[in-house]
Design a protein around this ligand. Sequence first.
Ligand code: 13P
Length: 340
Amino acid sequence: MSTDAELQQTIADMIDAERGILAADESTGTMTKRLEAVGVESTEENRRWYRSMLLSTPELGKYICGVIFYEETLGQRDDRGTLLSELAASQGVIPGIKVDQGKGPLPGAPGDMITYGLDGLGDRLARYKSQGARFAKWREVYPISDHNPTLLGLTANAEMLARYAAVCQDMGIVPIVEPEVLIDGSHSMDRAAEVNEQVWHAVFHALHRHGVALEHMILKPSMVTPGKEAGKASPDDVADRTLQVLRRTVPAAVPSINFLSGGQTPEEATANLNALNSRRDRTPWQLSMSFGRALQEPAMSAWAGNPQRREQAQQAFLKRARLNSLARRGAYSDDQEMTA
Ligand code: 13P
């Protein structure tokens, strides 16, 4: 198969009107924080057990079309010896892989960040592809302050995302392009909208310069919300502002926009996704999710390291997946939280 045909096939397999992506690609450092928060020691075995429990949830493929792994997970097997990537694929869930290697300060732009990992990316992608990965993810992070992101931060981060996406497409791997504008701080909704507009504009300008085929990528943005110390906006406000800015900046050729949850509670993220999809007549794209915490938090708390609670954890996980699938059709309401 040509790389173009591979990209087309992966997009076709990953994008439909009801499903979304599970982000299970927490680096070991992040996963350690998440596990310790529920009283579990972060050993390789606990991480393997927990992720195989998620992926073996019955009926997962009805609601989830793809899973993003961290490098460690690609080589892991479930208790029966099946590779976790094969376990996912057997459920109709396409395996993908986070390929950025973390972030640090961007020299010359105090307060801005930059992500590492372009060196040797082609070789790593070839290896991940041979291990079953069909798509990849790369995250750039943008803190908001009165001065950030700077012009340098906007252009340097966009350049990284575009270079990564171009390498992926050369290898027949669909890139998820993730510019995460952080929710941390006390900025207003207006300021969040202003920053997201600058970020998305810079990202698509760079993708164009690098010849990235927009038809063969997925955008993973933040929703436009006020900073978490500034109070909450209603789902209708979040959806209206997010779509206003997306419509100004994201070409119609992009097939799907899969939002991150970024620190929203599971219920908030689902309600916001539902409000976004209630306005589908205003959008050319699929509006879906690639949630990490908002899909996993209830399952992780239900498990809390106790293998006897495997089924309760899977039910908690499936409930979030199912409610987000309803949100994809604009058919979610918060009373379903009690009955689902
Ligand atoms: P959250 O949904 O928890 O923000 O995670 C998504 C993700 O992949 C962050 O990079």
